[in-house]
Design a protein around this ligand. Structure first.
Ligand code: GAL
Length: 690
């Protein structure tokens, strides 16, 4: 159990961002009373309070915060206290105009929104450090404070900066990475286009180059790495001040698949991983639900399957999408429970009381504008009661045996410009592969390809364009120990410097997959090719986006699909290698390769066959997985918790045995889960297994 859960008396967290400074003081007491009524036990305080806490440089005013912390503590509500560094006040930006961020075109952005600072600005860093020190000195021992919230959603509005200060910081970062300018020249391939550097001072961020040309790709890649590291440095500095003066766990809230920040490196710096997730209306009902599940799977994985905290989601509509759709009855509950099923030890929201002014006044909240005589408020109170019943789940972990290899470096790399096709991006493939398994009841982790892959029986490798030698070796080791990997086109193409791995594509994986590709054949948007299936794959099939000329395939490679037409007719499109057991203890697993983007049925055929043949089954044995049913398992040493969420319009059979923690009633294999309903079926684990 995490220290935060322990501080909450073993209960799951429930609550959200609390912004009392937006309200007159006489509202505060009723806030606390209503929080108690709803079952709120944790609020995040002070996130955007810098201007209130430091009205003038170096003059701190803590009176109001003292008061509200006291009220919350007296009400039995714990606090996730922010160090308030997320948005410097206007006076700060006026005093330090050079601290404002500069975009790729050299335009300095203004204050007036939020996060208006350059991550490398010494003035910003000094002021944020001083503020953090003052807050920690005052509140480290406050009994309400159970955790610390550093900043807020790092990089959300300033993920990079191209100013001269950033340029100098970028050069220092490059000097640490490469040591010698000669090494940088080599890594960046500056023999090309007369780009060779003779002096470190010539090196700059990839500012917008002259018309119709591309900035150096490795320069762009390194700038993405630097920008993630530079914000991480800000976090580290503030977290270090907190840890030096206080003992509570420290976190900052992630934004799930946020491209600018390499969360694998960030997660290592968290005492407790936390995340914000919002329903993406444009993805549509099941698309948005799937996106939530996939995000939660990422966060559980970043937390190395240990419990994490859902720091923010919404009770209903947000304010920042083109059309902000409210949540239907039951949706908020299912969303919260879905996060919990995937490892969250609590469900917090943005925000407690809906604002009456400012850019977020149309954002939903636990306490809506309509007040307590509203169905939203009733649902909020019901959710609070549900989460109390789920206390036994706290501390339990996920059990996935399938993982998607995911690396921010590969993401940055694959989406660089000047590539064979603009139709390849990271999230399209990742989302589609994850969704295919999600629709069939599988739970999938994400894993850094260079880290320990031993707990996984199947490792999926969509769009791992850039791969280090170590990561390639880890993936090869999966197959050597009898596991399965599935790799798609345009993976394994370059090394960490974005240099092509020579000798045939997909360079890093040619031996693993037993294929050698000579040429790529991207398809035009309206083009598709026909595939002829064989072996385990059956039916009519097509490919889009991509084809390639697989020149040779090793003798132990089966061709499961062939291009029937198009430029590479007659050549392999989907292959499967089953290497023979090798000399050094290799038992020989399975390595699949997809040289095109197959239609949905063919992709399902590949992924489900790969999992079945690897001996990995969904959480429950259900023949045709019903659309809309999610089943996810958490376990601790004694108990297995089967979360079942039914987003469909009709009831479904959930063949599990135990006690439904939400109702207290026995659950038997014949029990059915109502349309829109949820059950959390707890059962003692049998010794040695399930
Ligand atoms: C998050 C942010 C919150 C609030 C919320 C609205 O990105 O952390 O402060 O703005 O979005 O959905």
């Amino acid at each position: 159990m995490s220290r935060v859960t322990a501080a909450l008396g073993g209960r799951l967290a429930f609550g959200g961002d609390y912004n009392p400074e937006q309200w007159p003081e006489d509202v505060w007491a009723s806030d606390v009373a209503l929080m108690k009524e709803a079952g709120v036990n944790l609020v995040s305080l002070g996130i955007f309070s810098w201007a209130w806490l430091e009205p003038k440089a170096g003059r701190y005013e803590f009176g109001w915060l003292d008061k509200i912390l006291g009220l919350l503590h007296d009400g039995g509500i714990a606090v996730d206290l922010a160090n308030a560094s997320a948005t410097p006040p206007p006076w700060f930006s006026v005093a330090h105009p050079d601290s404002l961020p500069v975009d790729v075109d050299g335009v300095r952005r203004s204050y007036g929104g939020r996060q208006a600072f350059c991550p490398s600005s010494p003035e910003y860093r000094a002021a944020a450090a001083a503020l953090t020190e003052a807050i920690v000195a005052r509140y480290a021992d406050h009994p309400a404070v159970v955790m610390w919230h550093v900043h807020n959603e790092y990089g959300c509005h300033n993920w990079n900066c191209y100013c001269d200060t950033s340029a100098a910081a970028f050069r220092s970062w490059l000097q640490r990475r490469y040591g010698e300018l000669e090494v940088l020249n080599d890594a960046w391939g500056t023999a090309f286009w007369s780009q060779r550097y003779y002096d470190w001072d010539e090196v700059i961020p990839p500012r917008r180059p002259s018309y119709n040309t591309f900035a150096n790709p490795t320069q762009q890649l390194d700038f993405a790495r630097f920008s993630s590291d530079e914000l991480l440095d800000c976090y580290r500095a503030e977290a270090a001040i907190i840890r030096a003066g206080a003992s509570q766990p420290v976190t900052t809230n992630f934004m799930d698949f946020f491209k600018p920040l390499d969360y694998w490196s960030w997660a290592q710096e968290m005492d407790l991983v936390s995340n914000d997730n919002y329903r993406l209306g444009h993805l549509g009902g099941t698309g948005a639900t799937h996106n939530l599940s996939m995000s939660a799977d990422l966060i559980r994985s970043l937390s190395d399957t240990a419990p994490w905290l859902l720091m923010e989601h919404s009770t209903s509509a947000v304010n920042w999408q083109p059309r902000n759709v409210p949540k239907a009855a039951g949706q908020m509950r299912r969303d919260s429970l879905s996060h919990v099923s995937r490892g969250a030890d609590g469900a917090l929201f943005f925000q407690w009381r809906a604002s009456r002014a400012g850019a977020e006044k149309f954002h939903s909240a636990l306490l809506p504008h309509a007040g307590t005589t509203s169905s939203r408020w009733r649902e909020v109170c019901e959710l609070g009661a549900d989460l109390v019943k789920l206390a036994p789940v706290a501390g339990s972990r996920g059990t996935a045996r399938i993982a998607i290899a995911f690396d921010w470096n590969a993401w940055w790399g694959v989406e660089l410009d000047s590539h064979p096709s603009t139709d390849i991006d990271m999230m399209t493939a990742v989302r589609r592969w994850h969704r295919t398994l999600w629709e069939h009841g599988h739970t999938v982790d994400f894993v850094h390809p260079g880290r320990d892959l031993d707990r996984y029986q199947v490792v999926l490798v969509p769009s791992l364009y850039l791969v280090t030698d170590e990561a390639a070796a880890s993936l090869a080791a999966v197959v050597a120990r009898g596991g399965t990997v599935v790799v798609n086109h345009f993976s394994g193409i370059v090394d960490e410097n974005d240099h092509i791995r020579l000798g045939g594509y997909p360079g890093a994986f040619t031996d693993l997959l037993g294929v050698r590709t000579e040429e790529f054949g991207p398809l035009l948007p309206d083009q598709q090719v026909t595939l002829t299936l064989a072996g385990d794959l059956v039916g009519a099939a097509t490919g889009t986006v991509w084809t390639e000329l697989i020149g040779t395939a090793d003798h132990d490679v089966e061709v499961l699909a062939t291009f029937a037409d198009g430029m590479f007719a007659g050549r392999p499109a989907i292959t499967r290698r089953r290497p023979e057991p090798g000399p050094q203890g290799s038992v020989g697993g399975v390595a699949w390769y997809l040289a095109t983007v197959p239609d949905d049925a063919t992709l399902s055929g590949v992924l489900l066959t790969a999992c079945r043949q690897a001996g990995v089954a969904p959480a429950l044995d259900i023949a045709d997985w019903p659309a809309g049913l999610e089943v996810v398992v958490r376990e601790n040493d004694d108990t297995r918790f089967v979360f079942a969420l039914n987003a469909a319009d009709s009831d479904v059979a959930v063949p599990a045995t135990g006690t439904d923690l939400l109702t207290g009633a026995a659950w038997s294999p014949e029990s059915r889960l109502a349309a829109g309903g949820a059950a959390v079926i707890a059962a003692r684990r049998t010794p040695g297994g399930g």
